[in-house]
Ligand binder design. Structure first.
Ligand code: GDG
Length: 467
């Protein structure tokens, strides 16, 4: 089988071999695929260097090479903090009000994609297949093609694809979309994001799509939805570890007569944390019987601190959680425990298991793995209840969760009351259905389906040489 070349903005390097605590399911699954065929995982080191040199930091083991490059501070500002996280991220998460359109960002984005292409191209052999990840690197395939590479290339977008009209608000949107059409397989998390992409192709570009195949300039491109998932077996192992059990006991002992509602999110405006806290406050106002009997444990490790909108949301959340606690707390009860630190993955699974309800209420989310991790970590005899935003990609297959509109404090509040009083038989029934989905649509299925399609491109089933 041909070697696999993975390219993503950041590369996951395990601290130790088989270290499950430092590597998430996605990294483990991709590393395993690399080990099967041999290959390279390429990306930014996370380090900066005064002048870009293209010098590669390498680490090789088991036929797999981890290769990274350092970027200039200006690259990081314009490409990573700029175009990726201040333009595409907000726009693709429907926050056009937060999107910044700056020519310098676009120039930096293209420059870094060129730099990535120039650095990785010499490492690629003619028989390799290439899999590029996420919004940071949309034009990479095109840049590799310009260097004469004819390898099968696939692209997977981890975040939503915005509706047609929103996409056209991006200056030079067509240039970005044309670059994506250099791949042979283009994958999205859900059929909703895929439909938005198709809508753009048909309406804006007048293209015809035959089933899931787009014929573009004489080439056949496969378009698909590939829902990402978790590694269920990894989670099962983690939940039985000492750390997980300690974390479980810490939560249970800290409030023996209270129910636990958990939220776990990167501190990001797309995760709907403000709306979640407001929904929880509404619940406390309307169901006073629950005072002293429930608390919300919100774990929210800060991310992207260099982008000012993230500072803003952090301030708002500090204030709102403080105000809610100030208004409702008693000497022996704090309604929100708002924690701004990251926990090790194994401890996190203990928190999930100790919780009665999870509030997963993003305003928009490509998929959302927390929803799946919470379900997989439950005790089958006495499972907790998942409250899930209908705007998370995960909702497409997890219809047995309590689905809510995350903008509606009434719906969040009602769902909380329903979840906290749900009879055991209903909890089990819903959990079994959800757990089936989580175990079936797991990270291995995601990876293997995508790679199978990419290998079909290799066999020229989708991929045809221009006439
Ligand atoms: C993007 C897309 C898509 C969270 N807190 C801690 C911690 N986490 C872990 C969770 C989970 C991961 O981070 C977050 O994944 P999500 O899927 O929820 O969200 P994004 O980070 O926005 O990811 C998303 C995903 O890519 C995959 O395609 O699902 O839609 O936005 O695994 O457990 N991990 C540790 N400590 C924490 O405190 N160790």
């Amino acid at each position: 089988m041909s070697r696999l070349i993975l390219v993503s903005n950041r590369v996951s390097t395990p601290k130790a071999r088989g270290d499950e605590v430092s590597q998430g399911g996605l990294a483990v699954a991709l590393s395993a695929a690399l080990r099967e065929t041999g290959g390279i995982w390429f990306g930014w080191s996370g380090e900066t260097i005064e002048t870009f040199s293209g010098e590669i930091n390498r680490q090789s083991a088991d036929g797999v090479t981890i290769a990274t490059v350092d970027l200039e501070p200006q690259d990081v500002d314009e490409y990573y903090n700029g175009y990726a996280n201040r333009t595409l991220w907000p726009l693709f998460h429907y926050r056009i009000d937060l999107a910044e359109f700056d020519l310098q960002f676009g120039a930096g984005y293209e420059r870094v994609n060129d730099r990535f292409a120039a650095t990785v191209a010499p490492l690629i052999e003619p028989d390799d297949i290439i899999w590029v990840h996420d919004y940071h690197l949309i034009p990479l395939g095109q840049r590799l093609r310009r260097k004469g590479l004819r390898n099968p290339m696939g692209f997977f977008l981890h975040i939503p694809w915005p509706p047609y009209r929103l996409m056209t608000a991006l200056p030079f949107h067509r240039r970005l979309v044309e670059s994506i059409l250099e791949y042979d397989v283009i994958g999205f998390q859900t059929s909703e994001w895929l439909d938005s992409f198709r809508h753009y192709l048909v309406t804006e570009m007048g293209l015809k799509i035959d089933g899931d195949i787009l014929v573009y300039r004489g080439r056949r491109i496969k378009l698909g939805a590939y829902p990402i998932g978790i590694d269920g077996a990894q989670l099962d192992r983690m939940v039985t570890t000492h750390n997980a059990q300690e974390a479980f006991k810490t939560v249970r002992r800290s409030a023996p007569n209270q129910k636990t509602v958990i939220g776990v999110d990167r501190l990001d405006y797309s995760k709907g944390l403000i709306e979640r806290f407001q929904g929880y406050r509404y619940f406390l106002e309307h169901y006073p019987d629950w005072h002293s009997k429930v608390f919300l444990l919100q774990i929210a490790p800060p991310s992207r601190g260099e982008v000012h909108t993230y500072e803003d949301i952090r301030k708002q959340l500090d204030e709102l959680s403080g105000r809610i606690n100030g208004a409702f707390a008693h000497v022996d009860w704090v309604p929100i425990r708002y924690v701004n630190q990251a926990y090790p993955r194994d401890g996190l699974t203990g928190f999930y298991r100790a919780s009665d309800v999870a509030l997963v209420t993003p305003l928009r989310d490509g998929m959302n793995l927390v929803a799946k991790e919470f379900v997989a970590a439950q005790d089958p005899e006495d499972p907790g209840v998942l409250i899930l935003s209908k705007f998370a990609g995960a909702a497409e297959a997890m219809g047995r969760a309590l689905l809510v509109n995350p903008h509606s404090k009434e719906q969040i509040s009602k769902a909380l009351e329903r979840a906290l009083t749900m009879p055991l038989s209903e909890r089990r029934d819903r959990w079994e259905a959800l757990n089936d989905v989580v175990r079936k649509e797991d990270v291995t299925a995601w990876r293997d389906t995508f790679l199978a399609d990419l290998r079909q491109a290799e066999d020229k089933l989708f991929f045809a040489t221009p006439p």
